[in-house]
Design a protein around this ligand. Sequence first.
Ligand SMILES: Cc1ncc(COP(=O)(O)O)c(C=O)c1O
Length: 440
Amino acid sequence: MGSAENNLDTYWMPFTANRDFKSKPRVITGASGHYYTTEDGNKLYDTFSGLWTSGVGHCHPKIVEAVQKQVATLDYCMTFQLTNNKAIELAERVTDIAPNGINHCFFANSGSESVDTALKIALGYHRAKGEGNRTRLIGRERGYHGVNFGGMSVGGMVPNRKAFSANLVPGVDHIRHTHDIERNAFTRGLPLHGVELANDLERLCALHDGSNIAAVIVEPVAGSTGVLPPPVGYLKRLREICDQHGILLIFDEVITAFGRLGAPFAAERFGVTPDIITTAKGLTNGVIPMSAVLVRDSVYDAFMHGPEKIIELFHGYTYSGHPVAAAAGLATMDVYDEEGMFEQASGLEQHFEDLLHSFKDQKHVVDVRNFGLMGAIEMAPRDGAAGMRGFEIHKKCFWEENMVVRNGMDVLQFSPFLNSDPDEMEQSFAGIRRVLDSIE
Ligand SMILES: Cc1ncc(COP(=O)(O)O)c(C=O)c1O
C-alpha cells in the first residue's frame, strides 16, 4: 500500500467535499492529549475535541488501558438473550449521574442510532399504554438528530434533508427554531429573547390535536446547526406544554451530555427533566463508537407488561452493549469522576466566553454565541458562495496555523476540551484571529 494520496480515492468520505479534499488531503495519523499529529509529523491543536467527542483529550491512558485489557478478555458477546458484565455496569454508572427518575439505559452505537431508538421507544410506550393513536413526532427547524431516516426526518437541517425529501418518515412536524440574530446577536450565554417560541408547540397541538403527538425531540443546546443556546425559560416552557398534552419530551444530548455544559447532562444544568435522553460521543470519549438512550422509570415500566417470556421491544443492534465499548465507557466515567472534569469545564466557561466575544468587532463576524463549552463565531456568507468563507478558514487554520477548526457552512464552531489549558486556548484563538485577519 502506498501513501494516503495513492489510495484515497477508494475511500468515500462522510460529510466531506471529496474531490476538493483529495486534491490536498488533510490526514491525521496520531493523537495525544489536546493535539493531533499528521503524516509528516506536524502537531495540530484540536479546537473541536474530536467532533464534540473527546472531552478529556485524545488517547487518555486510563481509557486506552481499559480498552486494551477488555479486548483481550472479552472481545465480543451477543447481547440478545445474553449479556456481558461491562454493559450492565455501564448502564448503572450512567444512570447514577442522570436526573432523578431516569434509571434505565438502552445501548446503541452512534448518535443517529440512539435517536432512532428513542423515537421507537416513544411510539412503543404510547402503544403499550393503549394510546396507539399517538404517532406524530415533532422536531425543530435547524435541529440535528443524525442521519438515519428517523433522525433526519425530525431533524431540521435543510442540506441533510433536501435530497431525501420524498422519503422522509411520515407523520413528522417541526416547531420553529430559536435563532433570532436581530434580537439576540452577540449575547453572552442564554439569549434573553425567544421564550415565546416554545409556544409554537401549542400551535402544532392545535393543528394535529395534542392527543395524536407521541414525542417532541430537541437538542437542549442545538450544536451542529451552529450552536444555538435556548432562550431563557424556553426548555421549561416546552416541558410544561408536553405535560399538558401527555407528550414525551426527548432531549438529544449527544453533544451536551457528559460535561460539555459543566454538568453530567444539560437536563441538570437547565433544571428540566425530559422523559428520554439520547447520548453518544462523550459516553466513551469518542474512543469506541457507542451510544445510550436513557429513559424514565415510567417509560420502561410501560413495556414491562404482558407475558414474561415475550420480548418487550423488538429493537437492538448486533453491537448494542459491546463489551469493549462499555469498558471504554466505564473508564471514561472514572476519568470524569477522578479528574473532576465537569468542574474543570465549568471553571473554563468564562475564559472561553471572553475569548469568543473578543471577535465581536472582527471583519465579517455577524454573531458570537456560547453556552457552557459550546461556542460559535458566525461569519457573513460571501455573495453567492455560502459556506466558502468558513471552509477557507478551516483549511487555512490547518495549513497555516496547525489547528483543527470546525466550520458548519460559515459558522465556526468550538468545542474545547473539558480540561483545556487556558493558555493553549488563548493561543488557538490568536491563530484564528490571524486567519480571520487574512481572509476576504
Ligand atoms: C445532537 C446530535 N444528535 C445526533 C447526532 C448523530 O450522531 P452520530 O454522528 O454519532 O450518528 C449528532 C452528531 O453530531 C448530534 O450532534
